[in-house]
Design a protein around this ligand. Structure first.
Ligand code: FNR
Length: 368
């Protein structure tokens, strides 16, 4: 029998339900990683290498989880990251995530390849709710410029350029499902010369410019006044270069294990990056986010202790939305929040700005 929503006690429970209730092609698209899915699994298990050194006897009666992301106040230090093709999982698509994000006052990153149109997702916003845009850069820069300017006009507060996908990874589960229904599930691909025999991911990605390079970044900085961040940075040298070129942030991410297999997890890269930035006293010149495999509030706390401003969460909200719609997304976020309040108490911190590296034992990470 199908578990009822109240029987989901953590984010993994939503995945188990989604696997049973979703259409096969949709499940294949959401759940797949590239090649042998080693990175996809590592993303979560990397957190298991880090242990806590909690402190005691600090007043933890009232816990405040709020923080700022790119100048916007949020209630919990995670955001809903960009995931394409929301209507595969739920006929209403990404606007469900918009409503869930509003309820918990967190930010939603809108994907270039959303199922709903960009304007529908912006129109679903309530009050001063904040959204960001994830950008796949089109070979035709006039299209990209139009998308960026439109996003800025419609009040998006951050532009996340995806830099880990010059070609889409081989997600074999997805390829085997022979995705055939591209047209009704995605907008804005900038052309319909798609190859439907290669799975959903490849069918929709042919417009992405593989020649994108560092020398293009100043152009983006000139086109918009939105903060620009690079999503998919995987080593400290590139974080340094991102700071030098003048972007406002990076997401240490491997695209949820869907691109280069054997890419390291975001948390592992974060542990490489922060000591180097601190050595140069550059840690405040850029906002650093990570995503990939965040499933427990302890994962979020570990990332913040190491120096992340916040974390992105992808599949869990897709699964919650696919299995239960908005109530599912609402519960998934609430569970994370309750979990995080408890674990902040147990680690001895009442505010996120108290989180720091001394609260962790990172000797299990491979670089130590
Ligand atoms: C993604 N991701 C992604 N990233 C991006 O920049 N543009 C995109 O269109 C998509 N689409 C997409 C679809 C699906 C189904 C998934 C699962 C992921 C990657 C996403 O933003 C993020 O990096 C990962 O999802 C984070 O890992 P978790 O939380 O899914 O483990």
């Amino acid at each position: 029998r199908m578990p009822i929503l109240e029987q989901c006690y953590n984010l993994m429970d939503f995945e188990a339900v989604a696997r049973r209730v979703m259409k096969k092609t949709a499940w294949a698209y959401y759940s797949s990683g590239s090649d042998d899915e080693i990175t996809m699994r590592e993303n979560h298990s990397a957190f298991h290498k880090i242990w806590f050194r909690p402190r005691i006897l600090h007043d933890v009666e009232n816990i405040d989880l709020s923080t700022q992301m790119l100048g916007t106040k949020v209630d919990i230090p995670f955001y809903v990251t960009a995931t394409a093709l929301g209507k595969l999982g739920n006929s209403e698509g990404e606007v469900i995530l918009t409503r869930g994000a509003k309820k918990h006052n967190v930010i939603q990153m809108i994907p270039t390849l959303a199922s709903c149109s960009f304007d529908e997702i912006v129109d679903a916003r309530q009050g001063d709710q904040a959204q960001w845009l994830q950008l796949y850069v089109n070979k035709d820069r006039a299209i990209t410029e139009r998308i960026i300017k439109h996003a800025e006009n419609r009040g998006c507060r951050g532009l996340f350029i995806t830099v880990d996908a010059p070609q889409l990874g081989r997600r074999e589960k997805d390829m085997r499902s022979k995705f055939s229904d591209v047209g009704s599930n995605v907008q804005n691909t900038g052309g319909d010369n798609v190859d439907r025999s290669q799975g959903a991911a490849r069918a929709i990605s042919s417009f992405i410019d593989p020649s994108l390079s560092w020398k293009d970044i100043p152009w983006f900085l000139g086109v918009t006044s939105m903060p620009i961040l690079l999503k998919g940075v995987q080593r400290v040298e590139d974080v340094i270069r991102a700071i030098e070129v003048g972007v406002q942030g990076v997401v240490l991410s491997n695209h949820g294990g869907r691109q280069l297999d054997f890419a390291r997890s975001g948390i592992e890269v974060l542990a490489e990056v922060m000591p180097v930035l601190r050595e140069r006293n550059w840690q405040d010149r850029i906002e650093i986010y990570i995503d990939g495999g965040i499933r427990r509030s302890t994962d979020i706390i570990k990332a913040l202790c190491l120096g992340a401003r916040g974390v992105g969460i992808g599949r869990p909200f897709l699964y919650a939305m696919s299995a239960y719609g908005l109530p599912g997304v609402d519960r998934a976020m609430q569970l994370l929040k309750d979990e995080m309040e408890m674990n902040m108490r147990l680690i001895g911190c009442s505010k996120v700005d108290q989180l720091n590296p001394t609260l962790l034992d990172t000797r299990g990470l491979s670089m130590h």
